[in-house]
Write a protein of this length. Structure first.
Length: 127
């Protein structure tokens, strides 16, 4: 069950890019550099967290993705960055508000999931 959820976190965002390609042929090529930059920064932060033992994951997609979670960093986060920039590029305050709302939802949803011991109980050794 957990593997199915992790795979959906990884694959569904990439499948959603098909719809973005239908809407705008140039959008993926236009916003991919900023998504890659944000992903590299996020990967570095995950490596720092791994080094300082801030958290460890029990359940991952692959045996080698214990440091930077592939389903989060290279799935939801990378594709989400492209979608956010597609809808908010050139409108700083709209970008700021949308990004803030997405971050708040992510933080509080993560907190709620952890407090209910749903997925993250299965994924995290310690936090």
């Amino acid at each position: 069950m957990v593997k199915l959820i992790l795979w959906s976190f990884f694959l569904l965002p990439w499948i959603s890019l098909i719809f973005l390609h239908i809407l705008d042929n140039e959008a993926i090529r236009r916003y991919m550099p900023v998504a890659f930059l944000a992903t590299v920064i996020n990967t570095i932060l995950y490596q720092i967290a791994w080094t300082y033992d801030w958290w460890k994951y029990k359940e991952t997609l692959f045996p080698w993705d214990k440091v930077a979670q592939v389903h989060t960093v290279y799935g939801v986060f990378l594709v989400g960055t492209i979608w956010i920039f597609y809808f908010t590029f050139g409108k700083f305050w709209l970008y700021f508000i949308v990004n803030f709302i997405v971050d708040v939802i992510y933080v509080y949803m993560l907190k709620e999931i952890k407090s209910n011991r749903f997925i993250y109980f299965c994924l995290l050794k310690k936090f």
